[in-house]
Write a protein that binds this ligand. Structure first.
Ligand SMILES: [Zn+2]
Length: 216
């Protein structure tokens, strides 16, 4: 593991939120740590580049990059943004975007404001994925709960049940599963136990798709 130059161009300053008290503060893009002005908690701002097997937990407001040879098996990783090109076996909670540019099984629990599954990737999620928005350019299977938009791009494939505010299957994209859209559906999902694999009795407004639905 080593520090690395951000794979997203670093802004000169970032607004970050304390892990403990949620107090927001502005920090320099070059800083590697700070102290919360409210509760004095130490806040890691460093970026982590995982190039081999790594199992310690990470809690940073910086970025996490798992390279093609990296194998991240920490039970808890919290960060601002993440790029996954290798193996991810633990849980990942990201305040911003997770870019998935790898293929295979993803066993941990993922939550993020946004997830992008890149082209030519084929991933299977074993736990419900919680996001605001998700964009699928490759192939993915798994259950998605999105309080925003699920977008399946051209040649993208999603197999699995979706609960979302909206779903957009672009021409050339494929969705196969059950979809429940709308705010009420999301509220109901919040009441379900987290490991529940399906929404068994969808409220009105849901569409049950037995076969893959090519976009028109
Ligand atoms: Zn604080």
């Amino acid at each position: 593991m080593q520090r690395f130059e951000g794979f997203w161009k670093s802004k000169r300053t970032n607004v970050i939120e304390c892990f403990d008290c949620q107090r927001k503060q502005e920090v320099s893009g070059a800083a590697t740590s700070t102290i919360c002005p409210s509760c004095s908690a130490h806040i890691d701002l460093s970026d982590y580049k995982i190039t081999t097997s790594f199992s310690r937990s990470i809690r940073t407001k910086g970025e996490v990059h798992v390279t093609t040879k990296g194998d991240l098996s920490s039970s808890s990783v919290r960060c601002r943004r993440a790029l996954i090109e290798g193996r991810l076996r633990g849980n990942l909670d990201c305040a911003g975007t997770i870019v998935i540019n790898t293929s295979g099984k993803i066993l941990g629990r993922l939550s993020a404001s946004e997830i992008v599954v890149e082209k030519r990737c084929e991933v299977q999620f074993f736990r419900r994925v919680r996001v605001s928005n998700i964009e699928i350019r490759g192939r993915m299977s798994g259950e998605v709960v999105a309080d925003g938009m699920v977008t399946i791009r051209k040649n993208g494939v999603l197999e699995g049940n979706v609960t979302a505010k909206a779903i957009n299957v672009e021409k050339g994209g494929t969705f196969s599963g059950q979809v429940v859209v709308g705010r009420r559906a999301l509220q109901q999902t919040e009441l379900l136990p987290n490991e529940s694999p399906t929404v068994s009795e969808p409220p009105e407004g849901s569409i049950n798709l037995a076969r893959p639905l090519p976009a028109t």
